[in-house]
Write a protein that binds this ligand. Structure first.
Ligand code: NOJ
Length: 792
């Protein structure tokens, strides 16, 4: 029987209690925090459930033949000398070939003959569910061909609480609903190819600073969250992922309410395995395990990259001396092997790690990961994630100009013999290579990881971010490569100066394109949201060129107030992280072969201070120096909800993006749906994702979208709901119809019980309140011309 303690931090009161103690003596023992994260034991055993039933039976039969040692073996990683991020050892006696698990959510890392896909932020800005699914399926195919059983992604934590968060770009959006929708599609896409996903990082993994223990002898930062915020914001996209059937979930590095992510019985046993009825397994992030018995009892099922430190022989001993019941180990192995059967990895799956040579420079079996059929997904995915935020004086699209000038280090590839710049640091660390083509700042960083991250990656264009989500594509087209080809076709003279900080512009330039980037890599939060070097470059060029187009590759919000009001800065394109088709997609947009259709999946402020306390990571301080605290006092008010609440007007709001055509939305209709449970509380049995009737439709909202301009394009109609007592508006529906000029389409949004509910902390259930719900439909979070009311 699982008990729900009420000690769970209750809102700001609990957080204030922590703050009040700030002047007393330094805390040196974690017993101080005892009870902040409630104890939920024992760990629920999997039950199989309808969809996993057959796989579960097979797994039970296999596990029944295993000794304790054999069961423990499948729970811990080993180094098999491959390039897999982690490996589960084979069991020859039982014909289990083991598993290869590898990064990450933007493509397969650390090997040859693979693609770099548009990164999470790019997919988020495309607002395209179909593309998200296709991208997932394409990546799944590559991972399968390379013998990778588990794709370590997608990412929905961080939830972008911190604007400067170093890993936000790996995730889709600062909004939980958008993020959860795209994660679900990605999971279904990847898993449709027989590759398991590892939805990560569970949960509240919001900053890189102090993400791990050991910095100045401090423990990892604790994300202190109240129960309501936990459910309504941070859990939301994980819930979508569990419902979509993710095979496993990666527990995170940092602490939650002062209990480590991989030893937290409330979040693992309680929320994930009880409330959400999760039937898969929980895998640790790399070296995120800091205790043996505690992690086993808290619900962790697999440790990576190595089981030997806390589990392995220690887990066997813990079972033998009664500290961990053998049934818990049986459940771990059963969960892991059920997932393996569920995705057909017992048959027709390549040898684990077959396409993952440890060192691609040594002779090895060549396994092609790419499938030529995925090229349209790569290109369309790249095109749709750009967001055009300014376009005046008929600047874009370009029409066969006679002379164009290009500026900025970020227009071209760093070094054609090097891996993609996004993965540069990891690649260099791994292979110990000389940092060819890197500027001194970056080289310095490599010598002493942990030093300050440079604002920009001066070594070249940026098609992805750095760290375990970085990719090393076999084929890559930079903006300069693609523009050179197009200019030659059009007989356009293409001048460039990529190096001079304050360049002179060639006379007669009809358009000047300035490239810059805003870099991010795992392990660091971003130092700033803009950089002086690029702002100065833009202003210098704009001073001499009446049509200055700014192309920014950005791994998170990038402020533009350093140049946005310059009258000659006539176009700005947030280019995010497009992957291998970076140059090709950019040319298609600049020349109008495609109309921009991306929308910001986060808010761009006018100045850093507009993000308030959500700008930067929390630092260890005062009494909590050894136990850094990050108090999520803003509750559910992140990103646009924060800006709305505090009446701060953004530079570019969440959901905003321009097109080359125009759209008109009309005829809003709101209808109640009969038949489902629309009472105050869900009554259904728990299925993966929560009570079955939590997902019943309560209302249907429809709107007509018309392309009123002269070119074809896609619009993203967005539905926001004002739930009584909650934020003024929260995204609860979106679609992306592609329309020819004059074409009109009706789009429908289904509002489920969950979409309209709030988490009731006393009842520990989602509650559908009686009352009036404000309905807003439009084309950005601040352009919502259609209004209505839904009465429940
Ligand atoms: C640590 C990262 O946090 C995680 O995202 C990644 O999958 C693992 N390392 C494996 O590389």
């Amino acid at each position: 029987m699982v008990t729900h303690s009420r000690l769970w931090l209750s809102g700001v009161a609990g957080l204030a209690a922590l703050a009040a103690a700030a002047n007393d003596a330094i805390i040196t023992s974690d017993t101080y925090f005892y009870g902040q994260s409630p104890a939920v034991y024992p760990s629920p055993e999997m039950t199989g459930g309808a969809e996993w039933a057959a796989a579960y039976e097979k797994a039970k039969a296999l596990v029944a033949q295993m000794s304790l040692e054999e069961k423990v073996n499948v729970t811990g990683g080993v180094d098999l000398g491959t390039g897999c991020s982690g490996s589960v050892p084979p069991n020859k006696r039982l014909n289990f070939p083991g598993m290869c698990v590898s990064d990450a959510s933007n493509g397969l890392r650390n090997t040859d003959l693979v693609n770099a896909y548009p990164a999470g932020i790019h997919v988020g800005s495309s607002w395209n569910k179909d593309l998200a699914r296709r991208r997932g399926a394409a990546m799944g195919g590559e991972f399968r061909r390379k013998g990778v059983n588990v794709l370590l992604g997608p990412v929905v934590g961080p939830a972008w609480r911190v604007a400067r968060g170093g890993r936000n770009w790996e995730a889709f959006s600062a909004d939980s609903y958008l993020s959860g929708s795209l994660a679900a599609q990605t999971i279904q896409g990847v898993q449709s190819e027989g590759v398991q996903t590892s939805l990560k990082h569970y949960i509240a993994n919001e900053q890189e600073l102090n993400r791990n223990p050991g910095v100045d002898e401090a423990q990892a930062v604790s994300s202190n969250i109240d129960d309501k915020t936990m459910h309504e914001v941070y859990l939301w996209p994980f819930q979508d992922g569990v419902r979509a059937g993710t095979s496993n979930i990666m527990c995170s590095y940092q602490r939650i309410n002062n209990s480590y992510g991989c030893a937290n019985s409330k979040t693992l046993n309680g929320i994930l395995k009880t409330e959400l009825g999760f039937q898969g397994f929980v895998m640790s992030d790399w070296d995120a395990q800091h205790a043996g018995v505690a992690t086993a009892l808290a619900g962790m099922d697999m440790v990576m990259p190595s089981g030997s430190k806390f589990w392995g022989s220690h887990l066997i001993e813990a079972v033998r001396n009664g500290s961990v019941p053998e049934s818990r180990v049986t459940d771990m192995a059963t969960r892991i092997l059920t997932a393996w059967y569920q995705f057909g990895q017992d048959t027709k799956f390549p040898k684990p790690g077959i396409g993952m040579p440890y060192d691609v420079r040594q002779p090895h079996e060549t396994v092609e990961g790419r499938d030529p059929q995925d090229r349209s997904t790569l290109l369309e995915g790249a095109i749709e994630g750009y967001v055009l935020v300014k376009n005046t004086n008929e600047t874009l699209p370009l029409r066969s100009p006679r002379v164009i000038s290009l500026f900025g280090y970020s227009a071209r590839s760093a070094d054609s013999s090097s891996p993609g710049p996004g993965d540069m640091l990891i690649y260099l660390w791994r292979y110990g290579m000389t940092p060819v083509g890197l500027d001194s700042a970056l080289a310095g960083l490599i010598k002493s990881p942990g030093s300050r991250l440079p604002d920009i990656a001066i070594n070249g264009t940026m098609m992805g971010g750095g760290g375990s989500g970085g990719t090393t594509p076999a084929v890559f087209v930079s903006p300069y490569d693609a523009l050179s080809v197009r200019a030659a076709q059009d007989d356009t003279a293409l001048y460039h100066d990529f190096g001079t900080p304050k360049p002179a512009v060639v006379g007669g330039s009809e358009a000047c394109i300035v490239f810059g980037n805003a870099w991010a890599a795992e392990g660091y939060d971003r130092p700033r949201l803009s950089d002086n070097f690029t702002d100065t470059l833009v202003n210098t060029v704009a001073g001499q060129c009446s049509k200055t187009i700014v192309v920014l590759h950005n791994a998170g919000p990038r402020l533009v107030d350093g140049f946005v009001d310059h009258p000659n800065v006539t176009a700005i394109l947030f280019s995010h992280l497009p992957g291998r088709e970076s140059g090709t997609s950019l040319v298609k947009l600049l020349y109008g072969e495609a109309s921009p259709s991306g929308k910001l999946s986060y808010t761009v402020a006018r100045q850093e201070s507009d993000y308030g306390h959500l700008l930067k990571p929390d630092e260890p301080a005062g009494r909590f120096k050894k136990f850094p605290q990050s108090d999520f006092t803003e509750g559910v008010y992140l990103d646009y909800k924060y800006f709305d609440k505090h009446n701060v007007s953004p530079r570019y709001e969440f959901g905003f993006g321009l097109s080359y055509t125009t759209f008109h939305l009309a005829n809003l209709s709101i209808q109640r749906v009969q038949g489902g449970n629309s009472g105050e509380w869900p009554l259904g049995a728990i299925v993966p994702g929560g009570p079955a009737d939590l997902f019943h439709d309560i209302a249907l909202v429809a709107v007509e979208v018309r392309n009123t301009g002269n070119v074809a394009g896609a619009e993203v109609p967005q539905l926001y709901v004002g739930i009584p007592g909650g934020p003024a508006k929260q995204l609860r529906g979106f679609d992306k119809p592609f329309l020819q000029p004059g074409e009109v389409r009706t789009v429908q949004f289904r509002l489920t019980r969950r979409d309209l509910s709030t988490w009731d902390t006393a009842a520990q259930k989602w509650r559908l309140q009686r009352g009036q719900y404000a309905i807003h439909v439009g084309t950005s979070s601040r352009d919502l011309p259609l209004q209505g009311t839904l009465t429940i």
